[in-house]
Design a binder for this molecule. Structure first.
Ligand code: KIV
Length: 263
């Protein structure tokens, strides 16, 4: 993909949209060389990169550094940057400032969670030329209010609220929505009723695309295995094996070899 317009094109042509997170230049370079369509600099960086307990701990400074690094690694990619916790709830001026620095760091678009109570922010950002991706369902920045990382939209009432929120985001000009951890039937219903692409994570197979956290996809954390994710490689095992091979080579004087010694 070259721009956010390609989201609409892919959606029109019923081409599934493939997104993945990245947080640094090296991984962004690899993602850019892959068949994935776009990169999300997720606030999951707080957890998977910084080892913090939740995305609530992501700061704007952190997100700016990760966004800039990803942009340097993937100069041509569509890069969506998460607006961190509370930065879009302090009024329009603060939201515009936060989104502005993310865009100047290299984001193509910003993503923000929820819609109720910050409709004005979404429409102001869109009106200012900042593409906005919505995020509904399980919104991890609200984990304390949601009572944990759990499936959302299970009751009829909650499902109706999610459907209404997706319509609101579309009306406000969001170019796409992430829908996280909702029943597949509800995700299908929302996807059918919306004209913007719905990018699912833990939302079944009927959405317009999928997004995964890169570290989960690569199996980098042996202790974390969300049911809805898929481990395409045993990254933890592969990296551990490489490190142990290196340690053994040093201890048995097999590294460095003659060819690896500078003359
Ligand atoms: O922060 C993140 O990685 C995300 C994805 C899980 C959608 O928001």
């Amino acid at each position: 993909m070259k721009s956010i317009l390609d989201f609409a094109r892919a959606h029109r042509e019923a081409q599934p949209i493939v997104m993945v997170t990245a947080y640094d230049a090296t991984m962004a370079r690899i993602v850019a060389a892959s068949e994935a369509d776009a990169i999300l600099v997720g606030d999951s960086a707080a957890m998977v990169v910084h080892g913090l307990p939740s995305t609530i701990h992501a700061t704007l400074e952190m997100m700016v550094l990760h966004t800039a690094a990803v942009r340097r690694g993937a100069p041509e990619a569509v890069v969506v940057a998460d607006m961190p916790f509370i930065t879009f709830r302090r009024g329009i001026a603060e939201a515009v400032r936060a989104a502005g620095v993310l865009m100047q760091a290299g984001a193509t678009a910003v993503k923000l969670e929820g819609v109720t109570g910050h409709e004005d922010v979404v429409s102001h950002l869109v009106g200012s030329g900042i593409p906005v991706m919505g995020h509904l369902g399980l919104t991890p920045q609200s984990v304390n209010q949601l009572g944990g990382y759990r499936l959302q939209g299970r009751s009829e009432n909650d499902a109706a609220k999610l459907l209404a929120a997706s319509l609101r985001l579309e009306e406000l000009g969001a170019f796409a929505l992430v829908l996280e951890c909702v029943p597949a039937a509800l995700a299908e219903q929302i996807t059918r009723h919306r004209s913007v692409p719905i990018i699912g994570i833990g939302a079944g197979a009927a959405t317009s695309g999928q997004i995964l956290v890169l570290n989960d996809l690569l199996g980098l954390d042996a202790s974390f295995r969300p049911k809805f994710s898929r481990r395409y490689r045993d990254g933890h095992g592969e990296i551990l094996a490489a490190l142990n091979e290196y340690a053994r080579d040093v201890r048995t004087a097999r590294f460095p070899a003659r060819a690896e010694v500078l003359a």
